[in-house]
Design a protein around this ligand. Structure first.
Ligand code: GLY
Length: 565
């Protein structure tokens, strides 16, 4: 039955003329013998695969892909944003790198409120004040220093070539550029001509980014210093002065990417490795998988009423915890071990009723007596030695703050909106936060990014992650269950329709036709309110098959592509 549902979904997305669903073979992704990159843009995947063919390892390829995405996929690829990397080297060494943006030192908890304490509309999402101190260049440089094997210059050069020589827009990209035009004009003091086209962008148009090529050349020649000090830093600060933003030379010079201890837990005999705070992703994923582990998911259809109900109730509880307990651990005592304790998952689900939805108003976050200890993009890489990298990176909203640093040609993030800008006030994704995620100078805003790697019996099994704001966690959760419980291949698991609940608002969001009508009726009878919405997540993942081959899962919701050999 789940295959019919997949076809339903494919028809809805791509062939509106499809009518009666018929059973057919599930989609299979690209198969490769040795190494693979799956990313949001074909050109970036090709850049990464080329680096792997040149003998680079997965981290080398990740650096090249990150910079290439900053050129060809400006909606989320970036050097003006930040992100997280989870890696597993072939000898089993695990690491988690936090290159999340930080609040400027002059920022503070009320910086988006007016004199009456009301949120100033759009102040944390559009324009200069929305930007946090970028972390991506420091992240790539720090990762390369620890694990890189090819020279740094060789990894930045492909992005410089793409920016200087130009590249052709895909249909989705042309539409995306056009849809952001008004916001580019509103947010910038100097119109970013290279992103604007009077008569509108069309597929196949060539885009050249000369200023970005210059910035990347500084980074190529001087490493992270080329971004955080010197001419690029001066241009960022000049941009801030023109637009009343806050990022200073000090903020840039002091920025550091930080190695963290990955969140590691088990699920059905697998070892799952994911991202700790400043992302909520790894902790929330651990909670969700532990809350559903005792149920016979493999015996249920992937979108049966009992499963959607169970997942919704688990998600309701986990997102309530997220809103209270999660924030940057450098500033707030997150009760990390308590939250991912399997006994806590059991206790949290004690109020679960298999027949009836809980009201979100009746679900508060858990309490601990001990110490409290949509646009983003993801890419997954495995190299020929078996090293694996899972990176999710973002500007936050599509095109971030829409501010382009004049003369430097790159977009700045609007990540400050991921802070709780006022207690109980929902961010752009409807997420609510409190003290743990209040703005403080130099603090990292809470994320949902969930770059994840899975091992089975000490061997690499899967690399997975996705963009999607608050839906990141639930998309990764469902993709993992699709493979480990429902036995889907990687492409099928990635393409499979998704649903999402985040405690508040009390709605089960689902993709168009994701849930058959009789199951929607059953869920409504249990007390759930459902709401159809556009695509949830864009998962890019790699599965290591029994015969050692790699299967790519490139999300058909976007231009995503796997490349490998
Ligand atoms: N900006 C989305 C996230 O970090 O979760």
């Amino acid at each position: 039955m789940h295959r019919i549902a997949t076809l339903f979904f494919a028809c809805t997305l791509f062939f509106s003329a499809c009518n009666t669903p018929v059973e057919e073979a599930p989609p299979v992704g690209l198969l490769a013998d040795s190494a693979m990159v799956v990313s949001a843009h074909p050109l970036a995947s090709e850049v990464g695969a080329d680096i792997l063919k040149q003998g680079g390892n997965a981290v080398d390829a990740a650096v090249a892909v990150q910079f290439a995405l900053a050129v060809v996929y400006p909606v989320a690829g970036n050097i003006g944003g930040g992100g997280f990397m989870v890696s597993r080297m072939h000898d089993g060494e695990l690491s988690a790198l936090d290159f999340r943006e930080r609040a400027p030192f002059s920022g503070g908890r009320d910086m988006y409120l007016d004199s009456l304490g009301e949120v100033i509309p759009k102040s944390s999402t559009l324009g200069h004040l929305a930007a946090g101190v970028p972390g991506s260049v420091a992240g790539m440089y720090t990762a390369h220093q620890r694990y890189g094997t090819l020279p740094w210059e060789q990894l930045v050069q492909p992005a410089i070539d793409l920016a200087a020589n130009g590249f052709l827009l895909t249909e989705k990209e042309a539409r995306s550029y056009n849809s952001h035009r008004e916001r580019f004009l509103e947010a910038n003091t100097v119109a970013p001509a290279f992103l604007l086209n009077e008569s509108g962008w069309n597929p196949g148009d060539s885009v050249v980014m000369k200023d970005l090529a210059w910035t990347l050349t500084q980074v190529r020649d001087m490493g992270a210093e080329g971004f955080y000090t010197g001419e690029v830093a001066k241009k960022i600060v000049a941009e801030m002065v023109r637009g009343n933003g806050m990022i200073s030379l000090d903020d840039l010079a002091e920025y550091e990417a930080v190695w963290r201890d990955p969140v590691v837990f088990s699920y059905r005999g697998h070892r799952i490795i994911s991202m700790p705070p400043a992302s909520s992703g790894g902790i929330a994923l651990a909670q969700l998988l532990q809350m559903v582990e005792s149920y016979p998911l493999a015996d249920w259809e992937p979108h049966s009423a009992e499963k959607v109900h169970l997942f919704t109730e688990a998600e309701r509880r986990v997102y309530a915890d997220r809103s209270t307990h999660l924030g940057d651990t450098d500033f707030y005592p997150v009760p990390r071990e308590s939250l991912i304790d399997a006994a806590y998952a059991t206790q949290r689900m004690a109020s679960f009723d298999a027949e009836q939805a809980t009201d979100s108003e009746d679900i508060a976050s858990g309490e601990f007596s001990g110490p409290k200890s949509e646009e983003t993009t993801h890419f997954s890489i495995v190299d020929a030695q078996g090293n694996a990298v899972s990176i999710t990176t973002t500007l936050n909203g599509g095109m971030g703050s829409h501010v382009v640093v004049d003369g430097a040609g790159f977009l700045l993030n609007n990540e400050m909106d991921d802070f709780s800008i006022k207690p109980g006030y929902p961010n752009a994704y409807g997420l609510i936060g409190a003290e743990a995620n209040a703005i403080e100078p130099g603090k990292r805003m809470l994320s949902s990014m969930t770059p994840t790697i899975i091992e089975k019996d000490g061997q690499l099994k899967m690399v997975v992650g996705t963009p999607g704001g608050s839906t990141i966690i639930t998309s990764v959760f469902q993709t993992i269950v699709n493979v480990l419980d429902h036995g889907m291949g990687m492409q099928e698991a990635v393409a499979y329709p998704r649903f999402h609940h985040q405690w508040k608002p009390n709605l089960v969001y689902h993709e168009v036709d994701a849930i058959p009508s009789e199951i929607r009726n059953a869920l409504q009878n249990m007390g759930h309110t459902l709401q159809e919405r556009g695509g949830i997540g864009r998962v890019d993942a790699i599965l290591i098959l029994e015969d050692g081959k790699l299967e790519g899962g490139a999300d058909p919701r976007g231009d995503d592509m796997a490349a490998g050999y």
